[in-house]
Design a protein around this ligand. Sequence first.
Ligand code: FSO
Ligand code: SF4
Length: 541
Amino acid sequence: MSMFCFQCQETAGGTGCKMRGVCGKTEEVAKLQDLLIYTVKGASELVVKEKLDVEKLGDVNGEVLNSLFMTITNANFDADAIEAQIRKLMTLRDSLKGQAENLHDSASFTANTREEMLEKAASVGVLSTENEDVRSLREMIIYGIKGMAAYAEHAKNLGKEDPSIYAFIYEALAATLDDALTADELVALTLKTGEYGVKVMALLDEANTSKFGKPEITTVDIGVRKNPAILISGHDLPDLEQLLEQTRGTGVDVYTHGEMLPAHYYPAFKKYENFAGNYGNAWWKQVTEFESFRGPILFTTNCIVPPRSEEVRARIFTTGSSGFPGCTHIIADENGKKDFSPLIALAKTLSTPEEIETGSIVGGFAHDQVFALADKVVEAVKSGAIKKFFVMAGCDGRMKSREYYTEFAEKLPKDTVILTAGCAKYRYNKLNLGDIGGIPRVLDAGQCNDSYSLALIALKLKEVFGLDDINKLPIVYNIGWYEQKAVIVLLALLYLGVKNIHLGPTLPGFLSPNVAKVLVENFGIAGIGTADDDIELFLGK
Ligand code: FSO
Ligand code: SF4
C-alpha cells in the first residue's frame, strides 16, 4: 500500500484512500502530511514531558497550528511547502529539548532529504497503530485537533489566543503516542477534545465579532456586476479585510465563494462599495465556477479542488495554510501585511465574471441577531407556528447522495425552521422555502465555526423554556460532514450534551465498528435514511 488516508467523508470506498486521494492528494503529499503530523506529535511530547510553559514557546504554537491546518482535507497540495514545514517543525521541536528521557521516536527522528522523509513517513502513518479501535479513537482525536487548530489559527490572526487551548493540543497529541492509554481513557479524551472545541469556537466568535462587528440580517447579491473582479474563498476574514482595503477605488470588485459568503453579514465589510456579492456555491462546484468567473481567485484556507486547466491554475493564488503547486503563494510581511497587488493587476487584464445566477440570498442569523428576535421566535414556538427546528449545519460535498439534504429541506413541513452554518447550506439556501411570520425558514448563522452560534441559540431556548435538558427542545440535528472541522464541531456538540445527532451522508470511515457502537449507545449517533423516512422519524409520526 502506497498511502493511507481516511480522514474525510469522501474517502475511497468509505474506508480509505490507498493510491491517490479522491480529493486529488498525491501519494507523496499524503506521506509528507503523515510525517508532518508525526513531527507535531513529537514536539507535543516534548512540551508535555519538559513541562514547558506554552506561553513562552515563541513561534512553536503558531507553527503547530499551521502544520495541523496544512493537513486538513483540501488545504494544501504543495509537497514543497509541506516538506519545508517539516524542516521548520523539526528545528522548532529540537529547540524544545531539555532533560526529559525515554522520548518517543517522533521527538527525535531526523530526515534530511525528501527521500528520507518519504521513507520515514511509510512507517508512521495512520496504519502504524495496529489495534483498530485504538487507531479509530486516536484518529478521531487528531482530526478534532486539526479542526481546532484551524479555528485557533483564525483567532490568532485576529490577535486572540487562549494558552489553555494550546496546552490541550499538546496534551492530546502527546496522548496519541501513549500505548498505555486504555480505550476508555481515549474516549474520555475525545470528549475533552469537544470541550476545547467549544472553547476555540467561542474564541473565534469573540475574535471575529470584536473586530468586524456582530453579524446582522443581510441580503447578499448572487448576480454579477460589470467590473473586473477577484473571488475570495476559504474562511479567513482578516485576509478579506486586507483584500478589500487594497482593491478599494481600483475599479476591481470582490466576490465571495463558498465559506466566505458569511463575511457579508459583518458590519465592518459593508462600507466597501466594491464588495459585490457571492459568486457560485459550495467548494466542490469551483471546478466549473472558477472557469466562468474568469478573474483571479484567492484561497485563504481549504477547500481547494485541483483545477482541470492551466488557465484556471494560473489565476489561483493561495495564502495562509493553503497551497497548491504552481500557484502563487502570498505571505505576510513582518507586520502581517499581505500584498495582493498581483491579483489586482491580473484582474484588470481579464474579462468580467460570467453571470451564472441572479437574485439574492439572506443570512446573518448568528447568536446575537437571533437573540434580538428571541421574543418573536419564542412566541412562534408557543403558538405552534414553529413546531420544530432542524440544525442542518456542516459541510457540502460532491457525492450524489447529498441530494438528500435538498430533498429533505424541500419536504420539511412549513411549520419547521432550518438552522444552518457551514457550506452545507448551499444544498437549500437558494430554495424558496418562505418564512413563518417574518422569520425565514432557513436561518444561516455563518461559517462552519459559527455552529457555535447554533449551540448558543439552543442553550438560550433551553433557558427561555425552563428545560433541564437540551435534548428536550424541539430541535433535531441532521448534520452533513466532510472534513475535520466538522469533526471538532461534532465533538463540541457531544460535549454540550446533544444526543441523537444524525450524521451523513455516510458515517466516518475512521470509526471502527466498536467505536461506532460506543457513539451509538452513549450518544445516539445515527446515519441517515431517505428524506421521507427521516422526516417521518423526526416528526414522530
Ligand atoms: Fe466547508 Fe471545506 Fe467550513 Fe470545511 S468549505 S468543507 S468543514 O472546509 O470548513 O464548511
Ligand atoms: Fe482521501 Fe479524504 Fe484523505 Fe483526500 S482527505 S486522501 S479524499 S480520505
